[in-house]
Design a binder for this molecule. Structure first.
Ligand SMILES: *[C@@H]1O[C@H](CO)[C@@H](O)[C@H](O)[C@H]1NC(C)=O
Length: 267
């Protein structure tokens, strides 16, 4: 189930904590053919709007039979589910029990899970990571990672010098981290100039005001400082070479002339 299913007006309660009781493997155990039973409560507006209960049976990721409180009977989703649906629909007690589930299981338990499903709010962390795809090109890819938030639905914008960017902006799909938080990324492809300020702006239900993180292009500065370092190094190197060479030549001259002077004085 994608995170997109949780809409402000229609809260689907598909939490893993609600999937229990009917999970198990059939014989012979084959990992790709897992039997799953899922109990789902769909709340349009807490317990005030429509509440819908689904009991879904899967084999090998394929749903084959389900009970839907809207329908009030079991329904075969594939041929595999037909015998089960027919058998369970012929049992009055089974049907009575299933029809009461929307109250017994969803409405009466709503208070228990509402605080961690609907009231719970966790603020995101925002991080900008600059990457350069091609070292020879001036294009940069700025990635804004927004992570650890709940509920789903963070709105991410890229701004350059305060102006919202629409060109060169791409979004990844929001995904569940698996710990009751979500994350998403927005990418901006750009040619940063020295002094450009890029801002990743995030709006989320946990935040009273948008959260912003800035990144300033310093590429030209750093390139310049590298050139300066290189130039100073080259000049220093040349000076050392010149001094060394002149000392060496002076010494050599002295070595050649000294013995000659000695000989002269001896004779
Ligand atoms: C949910 O129910 C409350 C109380 O009845 C109502 O005030 C509110 O407008 C409803 N919200 C929606 C989205 O229907």
């Amino acid at each position: 189930m994608g995170p997109g299913l949780i809409l402000p007006a229609t809260l689907l309660l598909l939490g893993p904590s609600l999937v229990f009781g009917m999970e198990g493997r059939l014989n012979p155990p084959a990992p790709q053919f897992l039997y799953q039973g899922k109990h789902e409560c769909h709340h349009a507006n807490g317990t005030r709007g429509e509440v819908r209960y689904l009991e879904r049976h899967f084999y090998g990721r394929q749903e084959f039979v389900r009970f839907d409180s809207r329908r009030g009977t079991f329904e075969a989703v594939t041929e595999l589910g037909r015998p089960a649906a027919d058998a369970w629909n012929s049992q009055k007690e089974t049907l009575d029990y299933q029809r009461a589930s929307v109250d017994r299981y969803c409405r009466y338990n709503y208070q228990i899970y509402e605080h961690f499903l609907t009231t719970r709010k966790v603020q995101p962390t925002v991080k900008i990571s600059p990457t350069r795809a091609d070292p020879l090109s001036h294009h940069s890819l700025l990635i804004c990672t927004v992570a650890g938030y709940y509920p789903s639905g963070a709105k991410i914008k890229w701004l350059k010098n305060g102006q919202e960017q629409t060109e060169g902006v791409g979004y990844s799909e929001e995904f569940r981290d698996g710990d009751w938080t979500f994350q998403n990324q927005a990418m901006l492809e750009t040619v940063p100039k020295r002094g450009d300020v890029y801002t990743c702006q995030v709006e989320h239900r946990s935040l009273e005001e948008p959260l912003t993180v800035q990144w300033e292009s310093r590429r030209s500065d750093s390139a310049k400082s590298k050139v300066w370092t290189g130039a100073v190094g080259a000049v220093l190197g040349a000076v050392f070479v010149a001094v060394g060479l002149s000392l060496y030549l002076k010494k050599r001259k002295a070595a050649f002339t000294a013995p000659a002077a000695g000989l002269m004085s001896q004779s």
